[in-house]
Design a protein around this ligand. Structure first.
Ligand SMILES: Nc1ncnc2c1ncn2[C@@H]1O[C@H](COP(=O)(O)OP(=O)(O)O)[C@@H](O)[C@H]1O
Ligand SMILES: [Mg+2]
Length: 334
């Protein structure tokens, strides 16, 4: 978040620039008959306009539930608390009508599997055109013209003929590009990307990451990008958040976090990844298994797997410590 100095009379007032999205103390529980799953346990995120935040964490750490909370796309049994303020409006308080006009318009989402976004029985071009008609009130032909523009933007070759393809007629990489086109149809301020490259071959994965980065800069939008892959996370991020057991345990400028990881979990994740520096060295693995999310932890949820665990880590929750203006972590040991 940036701070601006403003002169008003003799006094100098400091005006804070509002972040595009501000999430405070987000908690999500799934209440089932036999157990309650504590999927998200107090997440705080502030993201400025035009920035990319990557959320990195193991499977089951609450990444997708956090993303779905932003669009309020959770099943009715989910109980949600905290606040999610997008451009001054609290998404938690929105009516169904307000949510429908926000989704796909101000915020849109891309997934690992494009077939979630497309209906298999309609041509991709018509589906994008329909989205434009619904949100922007254009004619169908104007919607189709926009679809063609978007296909060019996401670099789909022979865009005109591919608009008439059914989703299954496109290759995996092209389908992913088409889904990005669909997500960008109404120029959202915020794009949520939930593991969008996980199912792709390594070379296609890099092409899609580069494309997203290029589009983000060109369109000035913000992105929250979720992944369990350290390499992918660092490739695209301005800021990196590391999630464990439904909490962000470390967050900061990507270079700071990569160069000086503070939380033992972040350090474990980074040292279990192959990179140019780790070549020839033995890779370390984080022992133990991810926690049972149906149990609430009195202390730090990472204690059972932590190589720096202290007596009080088991019974007390660590508070957030600022390591620099651009890096914070929750751990007693830093
Ligand atoms: N609809 C649901 N009902 C019950 N539990 C769920 C539901 N969706 C997710 N969960 C649970 O919430 C936790 C976090 O899930 P998720 O956000 O999907 O993890 P990630 O995306 O980090 O792999 C997991 O324990 C998962 O089993
Ligand atoms: Mg997920």
């Amino acid at each position: 978040m940036s701070i601006q100095n403003k002169n008003s009379g003799n006094k100098k007032t400091v005006k804070r620039k509002e972040p595009l999205i501000s999430i405070e103390n987000l908690e999500v529980k799934f209440i089932n008959q036999d157990a309650t799953i504590h999927a998200v346990n107090g997440v705080d995120i502030n993201l400025d306009k035009g920035k990319v935040l990557t959320i990195l964490g193991e499977s089951g750490s609450g990444k997708s539930v956090t993303m779905r909370s932003i669009l309020r796309l959770l099943p009715p049994k989910a109980s949600l608390s905290g606040s999610i303020v997008l451009d001054g409006k609290n998404i938690i308080d929105m009516s169904q009508d307000q949510l429908s006009s926000m989704r796909g318009h101000e915020v849109s989402m891309i997934f690992q599997e494009p077939m979630v976004a497309f209906d298999p029985v309609y041509k991709v071009g018509s589906q994008i055109a329909e989205t434009v008609v619904r949100h922007l009130g254009t004619s169908f032909n104007e919607g189709l013209a926009r679809a063609k523009e978007l296909f060019d933007l996401v670099q789909i070759p022979s865009a005109k003929s591919r608009l008439s393809a059914y989703p299954h007629e496109l290759s995996g990489g092209m389908r992913q590009r088409a889904m990005i086109a669909l997500a960008l149809a109404c120029s959202p301020k915020l794009l949520l990307a939930d593991e969008p490259t996980t199912a792709l071959d390594a070379t296609v994965q890099i092409q899609i990451l580069l494309l997203l980065r290029e589009l983000q800069r060109e369109l000035g939008m913000s992105i929250i990008f979720v992944t369990h892959d350290v390499g992918v996370a660092t490739e695209i991020a301005d800021e990196l958040a590391v999630m464990y057991a439904g909490k962000i345990v470390e967050i900061g400028n990507v270079n700071n976090v990569i160069k000086k990881p503070a939380h033992p979990y972040t350090r474990g994740l980074l040292s279990s990844t192959v990179n140019s520096e780790s070549k020839g060295k033995r890779l370390e693995v984080i022992g133990g298994s991810p926690p049972d999310m149906s149990k609430l932890f009195e202390g730090c949820a990472f204690s059972p797997r932590c190589n720096k665990v202290l007596e009080h880590c088991w019974g007390q929750k660590p508070t957030v410590k600022s390591l620099s203006i651009n890096q914070r972590a929750s751990c007693f040991n830093i």
